[in-house]
Each structure stands twice: as C-alpha cells, then as structure tokens.
Design a binder for this molecule. Structure first.
Ligand code: C2O
Ligand code: CU
Length: 483
C-alpha cells in the first residue's frame, strides 16, 4: 500500500503546483518603463538604409530577478524600433536563428508580395532573408511581427514584434514633440507561470493576467512637464484596450493606423484592439510636479489589468494622489489643434468608383473549433477575392458571433482603408481613415472601402486576434492586372 501511495503522492504534488502556478507577484508601478533601442543601419547609401536583424531564442529579464525564455529580434523584447523616412528605402536582412520557420511582416506597409512576410513564405532555420520596404507612403506608426503559418499566434506572443516609425516631410514640419518626447508604447497580454515563464494557451484571453508595456509589467514612466507624443501599438494577441487617463485628462489623437488624421480629435477614451495604433499628444505641462497619472484600461476584464502604466510627472514624489488636470486643447499652443493637419491630401485619397462589393462573415465554427471566414478556414492555395488593379471595393464584414459574444477584427495587408459605417451608422472620423485594422464587436456589420492601386499579387487578410488568425481566420486577396 505504501509503495502505491508514494507513487501517487508525487504526481499529486506536481498536479497541485500546476494548478497553483501563480506567477511571481510584481507590485504595480514598481519597475521603470523601458524604451526599445532604435536600430542603427549597418550601412546607408543615398536613398537606402540597410539593417541587420537576427531572430533567436533569448533569456532575458521581464519580471524582476527572473530570466524568461522569449523569442527576440536582436535580443530585444519587444524588438528594436526602426525609424524610417519616406523616400528612403529600408532593406532589412533577417537571419532566422530559430529551430523552426519564421517570417516577418511589416504591418500597415505598402510593399511587394516578396517582402510582405506571407505565412507561406518562411525563412528556413539558419537562413537569411532580405525584406525591402520602399517607405513610399505617409508617415505612420507601423509595426513588424512574425507571420509564420499556424505559428504566428505563438511566435508573436513569445516576443516577435517591434515598432517601425515612418516619418515624412509633413511630420517633420509639424510642431510635434520629438526625441525623448516621442515615445512608442508596445502593449501586449501575457501569462507567466510560477517560474516566470511565458505560458501560451491558444485563445486564452480570460487567463492572461499581465499587460506588458515595452516588455515591462505595469511600469512607471518618469515624464517631464512637457508635451508628449505617445504612439500606442496594441501588440496583443487577444487583449482589447479602452484607454483613459486616471485624472480624466484628455488625449489629443493625431493619427490612426496608417497616419495622421485629417483633423486631430480630442478623446476622453480610446479603443485600441489588437494591431491597431493611435498617436496621441498628452500634455503634462501644467501638471504639478509629483503628480501620478495612470494610463488605464477601462475595458479590462479584471481589476489587476486596469492600471497599465503610471506617468510620474516632473521628478520628486510622492506618487500617491492624482489631481484632475484637463488640458484645453483648443487653447493649448499646439498650432495643429484643432485645425487641419497641413499636407493632408485635399482630395479624398480613396478615389474612383466602387466596382464591387463583397461580404465576409466571421465566426467560430463550433463543430470544428476553427475560426472561419465565409465558412472556410485559411487555405494557402485558395484566393478568396480577385481584384483588378486600380479598383475600389467595398467590403462588408460581419461578426456573426453575437450569440457567443466573441470579438473579431479585420486586417488587410497592403492597403489603408476607410471605415464607412458600423451597423449603418457612419464611423467617427478618428476611427475611419487611414485604417488597416477594424474592430468588430459581437454582431457588428462594418463596411470598409479600399483602393487597390499599388502592387499586384497575393496578400492575406485576417482577424488580428492572432490566436483566431492562427486557426484559421484568414483569407487571401489577389490583385491582378486590369483587363
Ligand atoms: Cu499584423 Cu497579417 O498582420
Ligand atoms: Cu477573430
């Protein structure tokens, strides 16, 4: 009896530890924010900057005092920031140091199919691949991430993403904060086990209790009493944010996914779902020194995920109470508010007659457990939409998961689109254009309009809850020569 008993005790204990695997506790706002390094070109010519990156498994510190196994670009979690300029190409050579395949997609970029990082176009282990980014588009906060077939969910989750900030002459002319006052914030969901290792369970949105900002759990950020340009990138697989400042202060939103808004928008709360970006100005100039202001997610499903980041204004302390500071963006000396952004095209950038309307229905297929579009999972050999070059289309996208309460998004490679309406009502301008990813609340019907006038070839479109895209909420469109 005792032998059998002993044999049972050991697994039982293992089982117990598996179920009580609370991650090491990190007190809120106890670690400083980090800013990913800006990647330096290895060489530059008159019109091109050349970069080298290496994708590899890396052990590094995310939780204080603990080494966590991650996947990184150049050992950085998230990856290093690329700062590119319109009119100068960026050529990035990626070496895949992983034991399996990897691809790199530059999200929001207008690039040839050969540089798009298509899921079926991987870099084999030990091999290198050169991606060419022409940077022939408006200034925008883009981001790069892995896109390997059936692995993008896990590989992005383990760390393969980074910011790509494209500037242009318009951007350079605007009186916007630069240098240390222009800050990318890559936010993402994570779950750690009791040893501080990342746990990936597909579609695990209820169980990812930690939000990382630039790879740090609930960090604090010491800011000066200045105006800041924050570039918020939702790099989560599943987490949705509704941002708010704890003081009730407003954001001035200046850009959406694909670049500047026509007119900046004063926002109290900002929705940001996976893969979406906003650029906002936050004004700390009249905030008393020693004030603490939290960036909060009022859509958080649990209290511990509500506070994301703490701004500590102007040095000193005590960082306890926050005072109500509501900047008056109309009076603030920001010449671009509330007027039009100079340089914004006078004409509607999406011209042309709509040649075609398509409908895509997104839902979870309970029978197969797959996420499907028009009843089909991703098939790399199937083209779901053949589009004549130069044409403008309207896509009606339906989230058919009202009953299950599942959220989806729709992301198209290659193009920036306009969100025309949501459930028949016009989308607010700040969420309408330029967009490459659109939110779909359960039951939503959203219409987008896009013009396919750049490259020919095959590109994916998919839900950007990456755990859904991975299995298998993805299709392909192909732009073909005009007949
Ligand atoms: Cu960030 Cu295919 O996408
Ligand atoms: Cu989805």
């Amino acid at each position: 009896g005792s032998v059998v008993g002993a044999a049972l005790v050991f697994p039982a204990r293992q089982l117990a530890s598996a179920f009580s695997d609370d991650p090491p506790r990190v007190p809120p706002f106890s670690v400083p924010l980090s800013i990913p390094p800006v990647l330096k070109p290895t060489r530059s010519t008159a019109d091109t900057d050349y970069y080298d990156m290496r994708i590899a498994e890396t052990d590094l510190e995310i939780l204080p005092g603990i080494r966590t196994r991650t996947l990184t670009f150049n050992g950085s979690f998230p990856g290093p920031t690329i700062r590119a300029r319109r009119g100068r190409a960026a050529v990035v050579r990626q070496v895949n140091g992983l034991p399996g395949p990897a691809t790199v997609h530059l999200h929001g970029a207008d690039v040839l199919p050969s540089s798009d990082g298509h899921p079926m176009d991987p870099i084999a282990p030990g091999q290198a691949r050169v991606y060419r980014y022409p940077n022939d588009q408006r200034a925008a906060t883009l981001w790069y991430h892995d896109h390997t077939h059936h692995l993008e969910g896990e590989q992005v989750y383990r760390g393969l993403s980074g910011a790509y900030l494209l500037s242009d002459p318009v951007d350079a002319l605007l009186p916007l904060p630069g240098g240390e006052f222009d800050v990318p914030l890559v936010l993402r969901d994570a779950k750690f086990d009791s040893r501080g290792q990342l746990v990936f369970v597909p579609d695990d949105f209820m169980n990812r209790p930690t939000i990382l900002v630039n790879g740090r759990p609930q960090p604090y950020f010491e800011v000066k009493r200045k105006l800041y340009r924050l570039r918020l990138i939702n790099g989560s697989n599943l987490e949705v944010f509704r941002f708010r400042l704890s003081t009730g202060a407003t954001f001035l939103q200046i850009a959406s996914d694909g670049g500047f808004l026509r007119v900046p928008a004063v926002r109290q709360e900002i929705d940001l779902w996976p893969a979406e970006r906003v650029e906002v100005l936050v004004d700390f100039r009249s905030v008393p020194q020693g004030t603490a202001i939290a960036l909060q997610n009022v859509a958080a499903l649990s209290e511990n995920k509500r506070d994301i980041l703490q701004f500590r204004v102007g040095g000193g302390g005590p960082w306890s109470k926050s005072e109500s500071v509501i900047p008056d963006w109309n009076r603030a000396r920001i010449p671009l508010a509330p007027g039009r952004i100079p340089g914004w095209p006078a004409n509607d950038p999406l011209r042309g007659n709509v040649t075609r309307t398509r409908r895509f229905v997104l839902r979870l297929d309970l029978a197969s457990g797959q996420f499907v579009i028009n009843d089909k999972g991703f098939d790399p050999d199937r083209v779901d939409a053949t589009i004549e070059h130069g044409s403008t289309e309207i896509w009606e996208i339906v989230n058919d998961d009202a009953a299950l309460g599942i959220q989806h998004t729709m992301h198209l490679h290659l193009v920036q689109f306009r969100v025309l309406d949501r459930n028949g009502r016009p989308e607010p301008a700040y969420d309408s254009y330029p967009k490459d990813t659109v939110r779909l609340f359960p039951g939503d019907v959203v219409r987008i309009q896009a013009t396919f006038d750049s490259h020919l070839g095959r590109y994916p479109f998919h839900c950007h809850f990456l755990d859904h895209a991975t299995h298998s909420m993805m299709g392909q469109f192909e732009v073909v020569p005009r007949r």
